[in-house]
Design a protein around this ligand. Structure first.
Ligand code: AMP
Ligand code: GLY
Length: 428
């Protein structure tokens, strides 16, 4: 099977590494890729939204399956263009990608499907009586305010705060930029990321993971794209995954099919596990980053066959997925001053291409004069696996110590609350 992966982050590096271990795979291409991928795939410098360029590449390289990583090309309709040209594609249509692209669309689907999620109010800059509506939303939603930019912001347009002034300031900023602002009821409880393979009808869950969204140890500082993740979740009730599939993912997939917007690809449910079980925080229309990196490191079933079954609507015929015992986690190495305005261009040592077996995956990197340099906010990921979460942590941090980038930072507490038994489900 000849495969083209679209994207250039650590998630795509993890996908390529898993695909490279599938004996069915005969060629791997990536657009645009990054400096860490050259041992695994042929890199093509084509933008992820350039539908015409990607269709032409798929034709030239005789591609059998296209795997789309990020949400931006999905929301922009790149999967539609490739399907129209006759290619098998892993990733939803633009219409179905609205489950991530529009929080209002996602809320509407959930309401119709009877899925538990936070109450929300949407405000628009041009609505009548905006100031009164804003005051009313602030009065109603505290004491913890959740204020979201209803544009595609990759988790970065969200402010969760106990300060009313900060909530109001963010809402006004979003409105001033011309976007709708969404106020949501705060959902209490530890977070779960559950990824499901969906082929329009059949839903197959992967193992559950947890992301660490804040930049600093102890969940301090601003939200980021994700600073680390681990899987599976030792604190999740035994029927946790089944409940999420039954109560959340299957009803959504049914509702989308009934509306004539069938979902095919990876459905990412981001949830809070509260006193009554799962409540949806958000959906994403793609594999999560960084959760995908540890999740795929524990998958034993060859990946290409699985993704192809999704793309061709034959998931129900696939054998059950096989997983390695034990745990995995990934720690993100971020550039100086990430997430505000990351410093790029610094030389990285210890991260030459080909260290995937040690768990080293590249995100924002580039090659310059034969050296690997930083080229984005999240620069590298290091994965550790082990029989216990504590062992997986030790393995990841030991490898991370062998890598250097001036000014870079990472969280030292990825999976630590779970190791210490400090994650608890609210009882009231
Ligand atoms: P989102 O972009 O919607 O995923 O939000 C980013 C992060 O903000 C989530 O991963 C949560 O940590 C937090 N968050 C968003 N919405 C809520 C909510 N309603 N209740 C509690 N936390 C939330
Ligand atoms: N892990 C957060 C995201 O992929 O959006």
């Amino acid at each position: 099977m000849r495969i083209l992966v679209i994207g250039g982050g650590a998630r795509e590096h993890a996908l390529l590494y898993a695909l490279s271990r599938d004996p069915q795979v005969t060629a791997l291409h990536v657009a645009p890729g990054n400096a860490g991928m050259s041992n695994l795939a042929t890199l093509h410098n084509i933008d992820v939204k350039d539908s015409a360029g990607l269709v032409a590449l798929a034709k030239t390289e005789n591609i059998d399956l296209v795997v789309i990583g990020p949400e931006i090309p999905l929301v922009a309709g790149v999967a539609d263009a490739l399907r129209d040209a006759g290619f098998a594609v892993f990733g939803p249509s633009a219409a179905a990608a609205q489950i991530e692209g529009s929080k209002e669309f996602a809320k509407d689907i959930m309401k119709a499907a009877g899925v538990v999620t936070a109450d929300a109010v949407v405000l628009r800059a041009d609505q009548d009586g905006l100031d009164d509506a804003l005051e009313a939303a602030l009065d109603d939603m505290g004491p913890t305010w959740v204020v979201k930019d209803d544009g595609l912001a990759g988790g970065k347009g969200v402010v969760v705060t106990d300060e009313r002034d900060a909530a109001e300031a963010h809402a006004r900023e979003v409105l001033a930029a011309g976007n709708p602002v969404l106020f949501e009821r705060f959902l209490d409880g530890p977070e779960v990321s559950l990824f499901c393979l969906v082929d329009g009808e059949t839903v197959v869950p992967l193992i559950p993971a947890q992301d660490h969204k804040r930049v600093g140890d102890g969940d301090t500082g601003p939200n980021t794209g994700g600073m680390g993740a681990y899987c599976p979740l030792p604190w999740l009730p035994e029927d946790g995954v089944d409940r999420i599939v039954r109560e959340v993912c299957e009803p959504v997939v049914k509702e989308m099919a009934a509306r004539g917007v069938p979902y095919s690809g990876l459905l990412y449910a981001g949830l809070a596990w509260g006193k009554n079980g799962p409540a949806v925080i958000e959906f994403n229309c793609r594999f999560g980053d960084p959760e995908t990196q540890p999740v795929l490191s524990l998958l034993e079933t060859p990946l290409a066959g699985v993704l192809n079954a999704v793309a061709t609507g034959t998931l129900a015929e696939q054998p059950e997925l096989k997983w390695r015992d034990g745990y995995a986690l990934t720690v993100v190495l971020a550039a100086e001053n990430y997430p505000a305005s990351p410093v790029v261009g610094g030389e990285i040592t210890g991260a030459q291409p080909g260290r995937e077996a040690d768990g080293v995956l590249h995100a924002g990197t580039a090659e310059k004069d034969g050296k690997i340099v930083s080229a984005g906010g999240r620069v590298l990921n290091v994965i550790g696996t082990g029989d216990t979460l504590a062992a997986a942590r030790d393995n990841a941090y030991r490898v991370l110590d062998t890598i250097e980038l001036a000014g870079s930072h990472y969280r030292t507490d990825i999976a630590l609350p779970a190791v210490e038994g400090k994650i608890s489900i609210p009882t009231q």
